[in-house]
Design a protein around this ligand. Structure first.
Ligand code: HH2
Length: 275
């Protein structure tokens, strides 16, 4: 039996990103070899990550999906060698989630919130893994072609509430589930900022909220480069600290040490849980 997710991941907790892909938007190819991915994951845990999120399929704007076999070929050797470390699996495929859980993954991070693979909810319910349900408008291939909402925050909240109900109805205890607005997944720069600005609408759903602003292109664009594909570390840290102050629980980041340091100080200033 797992502890409730809010006990396992107190605010703020850092999730380190380990992309075992050739084409991720900010670190494609850096950890494509298992040795490099394993070393990066171990370093992230040593630097204070509460968990490392291993992914074998890029969801960057425009990305095409990869096959089950290819995704497994990428992530399996990494997961095998990370046994005993806190690992999350970033996948939309039930077959990858099943194998990852067998190899000890503690959390299933599905950017489609159980919409892509009909078998995913069953795998999650049949394991004791935590689950992250994320909002996305469209698919990675199309999502940045004219995102459109009447009110992005209330629409994301309604979506996450519906997916939370779906997951609970599928047999996953609510206290194992966290929610994520999906920064950059079918949103404009301003919509991404608004989701963090009004994060209380999402925390009001009663589940821990994950925010992944790290290196995303909205940061580089807000800094003046309309064609930016990534954003700098300084901007990533600012977004993470602001999200934490507005109620985020888990911050999904590429640069763990800097985020852990910044969030430790933010927590001390805010006075959250500090004696
Ligand atoms: N962002 C990315 C991937 N997975 N999962 C959650 N829960 N939240 C996010 O914001 C999120 C995510 C995209 O970032 P990255 O993994 O670095 O890139 P890529 O998808 O190109 O591999």
């Amino acid at each position: 039996m797992r502890a409730p997710i809010e006990e396992r991941f107190p605010r703020p907790s850092v999730m380190g990103v380990v992309n075992v892909t050739p084409d991720s938007f900010s670190d494609g190819g850096v950890h494509a070899e298992p040795d490099a991915a394993v070393a990066a994951a171990r370093a992230m845990v040593a630097e204070g990550a509460a968990i490392v999120d291993v992914g074998g399929e890029s969801t960057r704007p425009g990305a095409e999906g990869v096959s089950l076999d290819e995704e497994l070929r990428r992530v399996e050797p990494v997961l095998e060698r990370l046994a005993g470390l806190p690992v999350s699996i970033d996948t939309a495929k039930a077959g990858v989630a099943r194998r990852a859980v067998e190899l000890g993954a503690e959390l299933i991070n599905d950017v489609t919130a159980f919409r892509a693979d009909p078998g995913m909810a069953e795998i999650a319910a049949g394991s004791d893994a935590y689950v992250c349900l994320m909002h996305m408008q469209g698919t990675p291939r199309t999502m940045q072609a004219g995102p459109s909402y009447d009110d992005v925050v209330s629409e994301v909240a309604a979506f996450l509430e519906e997916r939370l109900r779906f997951a609970v109805d599928a047999g996953i205890p609510e206290d194992r589930i966290c929610l994520d607005p999906g920064i950059g997944f079918g949103k404009t720069v301003e919509q991404n900022f608004e989701l963090v600005r009004r994060l209380e609408v999402l925390t009001a759903l009663g589940r821990p909220v994950v925010v992944g602003f790290s290196r995303k292109s909205s940061l580089g664009r807000a800094l003046g480069d309309p064609d930016a594909r990534t954003g700098p570390l300084s901007a990533s840290v600012a977004a993470a600290v602001t999200a934490y102050e507005r109620g985020a629980t888990i911050l999904r980041v590429h640069d763990v040490r800097e985020h852990v340091e910044a969030l430790t100080i933010a927590q001390a200033v805010v006075g959250d849980g500090v004696a």
